[in-house]
Design a protein around this ligand. Structure first.
Ligand SMILES: [Zn+2]
Length: 123
């Protein structure tokens, strides 16, 4: 697109003409219906602009912007680990270990509880 504008010498009237041509072309494209295949698009471009469509497109559509409240994505394992790493360590009063848990959700305590309940169910 930029090349197109550069090809035309900087003259506001010419730029206006060009934009009107582009608008017309766009209207015709949309009036004909949805152009699906890239070959069709290329043909249209060649017809309207009289130039070959560029092989490489260096202007991409913008990334989709997330609206408020639409980011309910579950964090990956790596993200979870990174978050844990950034947290300060706490000493557990049950196992006296420095980690990211406390006496209320101590793993050692839980394991003991599990074993006890299993033993109880076996008996
Ligand atoms: Zn603990």
């Amino acid at each position: 697109m930029l090349g197109l504008y550069q090809a035309v010498s900087v003259d506001i009237d010419q730029i206006h003409e060009l934009t009107s041509i582009v608008r017309e072309a766009r209207q015709q494209i949309f009036a004909d219906g949805v152009v699906t295949s890239t070959a069709q698009k290329k043909k249209l471009m060649e017809e309207f602009y009289g130039a070959e469509a560029p092989q490489e497109v260096d202007v991409q559509p913008p990334e989709v912007v997330n609206m408020k409240g639409c980011g309910s994505r579950l964090p990956s394992r790596v993200e979870k680990a990174l978050k844990l790493k950034s947290r300060p360590l706490r000493q557990c009063k049950k196992c006296q270990e420095w980690g990211h848990h406390d006496s209320r959700n101590c793993n050692k305590f839980k394991e003991k509880e599990k074993r006890r309940s299993r033993r109880n169910s076996e008996v």
